[in-house]
Design a protein around this ligand. Structure first.
Ligand code: HEC
Ligand code: HEC
Length: 218
């Protein structure tokens, strides 16, 4: 009896594993095992308080990764990382060397399951709502200097500035509710100023509109 139930439990577990069920604990182990935590911290809230704290960081904070990224993108990127920031992290002159550590597809899946558990209540589901894309375009292209710092797609071309992360592919990479939360409350995510703060300059509707515009970038 006991043997039979152990066997069926093992079989059930195997089934769960082969069905590709999330296994965040295994992903967390890999995250430390592969020394990802040597460059990324995962414990919120934001730890950096001064510009020196920011400059000491070797990679972006990941404590809200599950709120920021889209799962399918994350899994694909970890297995085949391509530069997001045109410039090297924390540099205004050097090019991104494009040498981010790469994971096998299986490890990328497990680490993604782990990173997707790192969420924050600051990002509220549905908060970005449905903005007006054309009004958002006006904000991004004309009223505000967004395109001076961010690459964006235009037909088959990539235009825009280099000092911020590229927004090309944002429709697949970023969660619009995170973009909205970040624009409304940048200090929660980036307490040390790296991007001009638009709180008080752009109202809620402007932010929803520009989020909708960015959220369609291919
Ligand atoms: C030597 C430092 C270093 C190590 C080790 C490292 N990363 Fe990174 N990571 C970076 C840098 C720098 C970036 C920014 C890359 C870019 O913008 O193209 C980054 C970006 C990321 C991003 C996207 C974050 C964002 O906000 O754009 C994720 C997710 C990520 N790393 C996960 C991992 C995982 C998982 C591992 C372990 C397998 C790992 N990293 C190992 C330095 C590192
Ligand atoms: C002076 C340059 C500058 C301007 C202007 C600027 N940004 Fe940024 N932006 C940045 C930098 C730098 C970051 C990265 C901050 C960090 O990770 O510390 C960033 C980050 C972002 C992100 C998150 C991207 C990611 O992958 O993490 C979004 C979305 C964004 N900006 C949208 C905008 C919008 C919309 C505007 C215009 C209203 C704008 N930005 C104007 C420099 C700029």
């Amino acid at each position: 009896m006991r043997l039979a139930s152990t066997v069926s439990l093992a079989a059930a577990m195997l089934l769960v594993a082969s069905a590709g069920q999330a296994d965040p604990a295994a992903g967390e182990k890999l995250f430390t095992g592969k020394n990802c935590n040597g460059c990324h911290y995962t414990q919120g809230p934001a730890q950096e308080k001064t510009i020196d704290d920011q400059l000491a960081k070797k990679g972006p904070e990941l404590w809200y990764a599950g709120s920021k990224f889209q799962k399918a993108w994350l899994k694909g990127w970890l297995a085949d990382p391509k530069p997001i920031r045109p410039l090297k992290y924390n540099s205004l002159t050097e090019k991104n060397p494009g040498n981010h550590p790469k994971l096998s597809a299986a490890d990328a899946g497990a680490v993604t399951d782990y990173l997707m558990t790192l969420t924050t209540p600051e990002v509220k589901k549905g908060a970005a709502g449905k903005g007006k894309k054309l009004k958002g375009k006006l904000v991004f292209m004309k009223k505000m200097p967004c395109k001076g710092c961010h690459q964006y797609p235009k037909r088959k071309k990539v235009l825009g500035g280099l000092s911020g992360p590229s927004l090309v592919g944002a429709s697949k990479r970023l969660n619009p509710d995170w973009i909205y939360a970040y624009m409304m409350k940048p200090k929660v995510f980036k307490p040390v100023k790296m991007m001009p703060v638009f709180t008080g300059i752009l109202n809620e509707v402007d932010v929803k509109n520009v989020t909708t515009f960015i959220g369609k970038f291919k």
